[in-house]
Design a protein around this ligand. Structure first.
Ligand code: 6R9
Length: 639
């Protein structure tokens, strides 16, 4: 029987649709997830959903274990019939107007060519490939080419030093490196190939280097090892069969800083990761055919993986890849580019907003932002002042702001408002998405109810969760699941208000969030103590107006080495060259000793307070082995 318009229920509001999702999930999680899985194209559709356990004994994160699919097929081939001639990647170079559009058909051809080239080099399923590239389309091409043949990519941010690159290559044993002659950032050249050559001196596993020509500056090419992408691509076909992958086969490794030791290789797999980024991209940004989505993150970070490349492309959306910086050639760069390209959805980090906000509204107002309809933030807590500026000046009061809380480990956004469905509050990431079960616990692990503040955990797995630390499954379990047994611990502190809204307060471990980038204090410390004149170092976060947190280093010099401004500069440069510019300390204080407990542990609580200039309430430090250094540290910090 045909129904008339009158019989049809009224169209449901976004809030009702969201409530319905939560309800369907609660009623039958497996049915809900298998239904969600339909948004991807599988060569074998899964019959099983969540089989994860956070408990010691049968610990493991497993989703859709009998499903089979290919990520590059999902991001490319399945869009060809409907939107082969629509833009997939809109490239915007360092110089304004250096633009290039790749349609889905173009991108498909390039990915197939690169897949054929790297397959020809003997790379296959399960092999690791390290990418050290600028934000050029070839970075996305290389990621998707790896996915096409089942190789595991490990993208290393182009701002990292040769040493950091070498460490990441060594850890996962990559056989192939894909890099470029040079990068360009804010008009300056970044010597990527030269850095790579330096790194490779210590990396015996690398057999070949594929080099993309970006600037055209001549670089030395090692015969038998190095080959040019623009030459190799001419010799291969532009089609390549996608390798069928199990849902739990690895997709990529991405290194991230933890509270201890060297960076961890966070491993994400094929089915769950792609489903989570495809789903959250759609739910939070909902980009349609008339949209142009711009996430300003670099592919060297997880945000670039999930919301520059995989999330948008899995949805057939048009995504901007920006190879520049927000303040070049001037402070209007973001807004001039938004206006010129016709960006409708813009996603960036609070640190960029704070830096631009203080330069004045005129940089924004000079450009026509009438096409913008949705704004997002990620990477760190956004202060209400920056939120309000974003809303009023950039969004002209018209654009919802989606503040997305998530981590490298979570694959995609977990706590965030769904536009038009979730009322926002400036500074809060609001409420968990369907399938996300946050819990706040106290230091002893006791569950906290209602409006409260505590340590943020997740009680259940979600498809986009990381599966392991590359090469060290035990470290994965120890790092995330033993602090509060049976729960995933995020490392973040968080407040929940009377409406159940979540307010992330920042890291509670020894990780600092510098301009939205994670730095382990231990990494900076080990770089400092590797300097010939340094005996000991302790690093903590300090409040920083633009970066959110800055790096504050307490340094004990070797006996007979005098402190000086020159040495301070030298140490900064040293850390830059050891790790990369993002790790460069904002403050260095030379100390006569570090406050230590009788068992020899540095008392960081005190160092943090001094760096925060909050010394009225230091608590009891009389039990220190050397309490006499504390007043000296305080006095010198003010000098
Ligand atoms: C995506 C990403 C993760 C850490 C995370 C938290 C902080 C990220 C946030 C946020 C408050 C937000 N963080 N988004 N804090 N509000 N919307 O940034 O991943 O580099 O691994 O950093 O960043 O402290 O634990 P990652």
């Amino acid at each position: 029987m045909a129904s008339t318009t009158h019989d049809r229920p009224p169209a449901r509001t976004p809030a009702e649709r969201l409530a319905d999702r939560h309800a369907r999930l609660a009623a039958d999680p497996a049915a809900y997830w298998l239904d969600e899985a339909r948004r991807l194209d599988w060569s074998r559709f899964p019959t099983r959903a969540d089989e994860s356990s956070f408990a010691q004994g049968d610990f493991g994160i497993r989703w859709f274990v009998d499903g089979e699919l290919n990520v590059s097929f999902n991001c490319l081939d399945r869009h060809l019939a409907d939107r082969g001639d629509s833009p997939a990647i809109v490239f915007e170079g360092d110089e304004p107007g250096e633009s290039r559009i790749l349609t889905y058909r173009d991108l498909h051809g390039e990915v197939c060519r690169m897949a054929n080239v790297i397959r020809g080099l003997g790379i296959g399923k399960g092999d690791r490939v390290t990418l050290y590239l600028p934000m050029i389309p070839e970075a996305a091409v290389a990621m998707l080419a790896c996915a096409r043949i089942g190789a595991i990519h490990s993208v290393v941010f182009g701002g990292f030093s040769p040493d950091s690159l070498a460490g990441r290559i060594e850890d996962c044993g990559s056989r192939l490196l894909i890099t470029a002659d040079e990068g360009l950032r804010g008009g300056k050249r970044v010597p990527l190939k030269a850095n790579a050559d330096q790194a490779l001196a210590a990396c015996p596993t690398i057999e070949q280097v594929l080099v993309v020509r970006r600037t055209g500056t001549p670089v030395p090419m090692q015969t038998g090892r190095d080959l040019w992408w623009h030459e190799a691509r001419e010799l291969v076909r532009d089609t390549c069969d996608p390798e069928p992958m199990n849902a739990e086969d690895p997709l990529f490794i991405l290194y991230t800083s933890g509270s201890t030791g060297k960076p961890k290789g966070v491993l994400h797999t094929t089915g769950g990761y792609l489903l989570w980024v495809a789903k959250t991209f759609d739910l939070l940004f909902g980009a349609g055919d008339d949209d142009l989505f711009w996430c300003t993150a670099d592919v060297g970070w997880v945000t670039g993986h999930s919301y520059v490349v995989y999330g948008p492309l899995a949805n057939g959306a048009a995504t901007v890849m920006f190879d520049g910086v927000p303040n070049y050639p001037d402070f209007g760069r973001f807004w001039e580019t938004c206006a010129r390209l016709g960006v409708t959805i813009f996603y960036t980090a609070p640190t960029a907003l704070r830096a631009l906000m203080r330069e004045g509204d005129q940089w924004v107002e000079a450009h026509d932002l009438s096409r913008l309809r949705l704004l997002g933030t990620v990477g760190e807590p956004i202060n209400p002042e920056a939120w309000n500026w974003y809303d009023r000046v950039v969004g002209q009061g018209r654009c919802p702001i989606v503040d997305t809380w998530w981590q490298t480990e979570t694959g995609g956004a977990l706590i965030a408002p769904v536009p038009e469905a979730t009322a926002t509050k400036p500074g809060s990431a609001t409420l968990p998405l369907p399938g996300v079960f946050p819990e706040l616990v106290d230091a002893d692990g006791a569950l906290l109810d209602g409006a409260t503040e505590g340590n943020l955990c997740l009680a259940q797995s979600w498809p986009g969760q990381m599966r392991t630390v590359w090469g060290d499954h035990e470290r994965f379990f120890q790092t995330y699941f033993t602090t509060y047994p049976g729960k995933y611990f995020t490392g973040d502190g968080c407040r929940r208000d009377e409406d159940g809204y979540y307010w992330i307060t920042g890291r509670v471990d020894d990780v600092i969030n510098v301009s939205g980038h994670r730095m382990g204090t231990a990494e900076v410390e080990s770089a400092l103590v590797a300097h010939a004149q340094v005996a000991e170092a302790a690093v903590v976060g300090m409040p920083h107006e633009i970066k959110g947190q800055g790096i504050y280093a307490y340094v004990l010099l070797n006996a007979d080495v005098p402190a000086s401004d020159a040495l301070s500069r030298d140490l900064r440069n040293w850390v830059r060259s050891e790790i990369g510019p993002i790790a460069s300390p904002d403050a260095i204080q030379f100390v006569p000793g570090l406050p230590k407990t009788r068992s020899g542990k540095i008392m960081r609580r005190i160092l943090r307070k001094i760096a925060e200039r909050d010394t009225d309430n230091l608590g009891d430090f009389s039990t220190l082995a050397n309490p006499e250094v504390v007043p000296v540290l305080i006095a010198d910090s003010r000098a």
